[in-house]
Design a protein around this ligand. Structure first.
Ligand code: SAH
Length: 361
């Protein structure tokens, strides 16, 4: 449709649309429009980052959580979850393995586990940065105070992932218990940006009660925050949560959102997420072909991998396992991309050195 093409072209030119226009774009696309949108998004990613995919080694270091988010399998209220915490030595061992495989970014993600207090995380950050000064370290451990975020940043943490989940306060209140608020989450994102982290926000696509207007508001929020990273994957139900009977988000809508975000924020670091790989065996490839430029394979010890079950059937084998970086590399090459041995910082155009440094296995 002409109107949709016009919106895509204008989004590419002006980097923003109105809420109504975003709604028309999201709801009005046919198959050909989608291919057009993906081609534009791909071209944009390639203009900034080349045909390069960055990898991050994801270490899921604790599944204890004090929060009770209705969608999440490791919520406090899930008494059937088998809980674990990695030790500092376990975590350093994961980094050692990851470094050997070519990873130059480690992501420490976990539930909001009070046992890992400010001092423990600070000492982890220091230990990892002392042993791997050439690596970037990303934290994703939830909502903390400005002072805590600052301590960790000063200790050497480079990036922080904190999805806002939805930019609509009422929708937020339907996904979370009343002790959590969108206002506080947004304050955290502002603090992280102000401190100097490369900051990531994001959403689940197709979460319960999510309407197109919510997605439009999410996009406008992302435009205004201007994050360095955006994490987006489909919502997938977990059988031990209140949302167990809810429908999962779709592949098609997730790809559309990825492509729109790429056109709106050309330099953004945009992962093809594990959830995307879970709902479709070619999900990661399709994500890359819709403008994603990051993949985050799992570096957690095999013994705990199945316990970090945010949603049903979460994949952790094949190309999802960091140890199989070779398979991931082949799959990316099959669609014309190369995996880089590189920290993969925001907006850093690939130079000859990093292109020469593709993982050679
Ligand atoms: N505790 C950290 C890390 C949370 S897990 C934090 O609060 O940021 C990372 C992300 O997984 C969440 O932000 C959420 O968007 C996603 N997630 C949780 N449950 C999910 C589900 N059922 N389906 C899809 N994604 C989910």
């Amino acid at each position: 449709m002409k109107k949709i093409r016009g919106l895509i072209d204008r989004l590419e030119r002006e980097r923003i649309l109105t809420e109504e226009e975003f709604c028309s774009l999201i709801d009005g696309m046919d198959g050909e429009d989608r291919e057009y949108l993906f081609a534009r998004a791909r071209r944009q990613a390639q203009a900034v980052y080349g045909n390069v995919i960055y990898v991050r080694g994801l270490i899921e270091f604790t599944n204890f959580c004090k929060n009770n988010c209705y969608y999440c399998g490791i919520r406090r209220g899930n008494s059937q979850a088998s809980r674990y915490r990695l030790t500092k030595e376990d975590i350093l061992e994961c980094c050692r393995e990851g470094y050997g495989l070519g990873f130059r970014t480690f992501v420490l993600q976990g539930g909001e586990d009070p046992w890992f207090d400010e001092g423990k995380i600070e000492s982890l950050v220091r230990a990892i940065k002392a042993e791997y000064p050439d690596c970037a370290l990303t934290l994703s451990v939830g909502e903390k105070s400005y002072e805590t975020y600052k301590k960790w940043f000063d200790a050497g943490a480079d990036r922080y992932l904190l999805r806002h989940e939805t930019a609509d306060p009422e929708h937020y209140a339907r996904l979370h218990p009343s002790d959590m608020s969108l206002e506080h989450r947004m304050q955290c994102l502002k603090d992280l940006k102000a401190i100097g982290y490369q900051t990531g926000c994001g959403i689940m696509v197709g979460s319960p009660w999510q309407a197109t207007e919510h997605l439009a508001r999410d996009l406008i929020f992302m435009h205004d925050l201007n994050p360095e990273m955006v994490g987006m994957g489909p919502f997938i139900p977990h059988h031990q949560t209140p949302f167990k009977d809810r429908a999962a988000g779709t592949l098609s809508l997730t790809l559309i959102l990825l492509a729109i975000v790429r056109l709106m924020l050309p330099q953004v670091l945009l992962p093809a997420t594990t959830a995307l790989g879970t709902i479709d065996p070619m999900g990661r490839e399709k994500g890359v072909l819709a403008g994603a430029n990051v993949v985050m394979p799992n570096l957690s010890p095999v013994s705990v991998r199945k316990k970090y079950m945010l949603y049903d059937n979460k994949i952790s084998t094949g190309a999802e396992a960091a140890s199989n970086i070779r398979e991931l590399k082949q799959r990316m090459e099959a669609i014309g991309y190369a995996v880089a041995v590189d920290r993969g910082d925001y907006s850093r155009c690939p130079d000859i050195a990093s292109i020469a440094g593709y993982i050679k296995l």
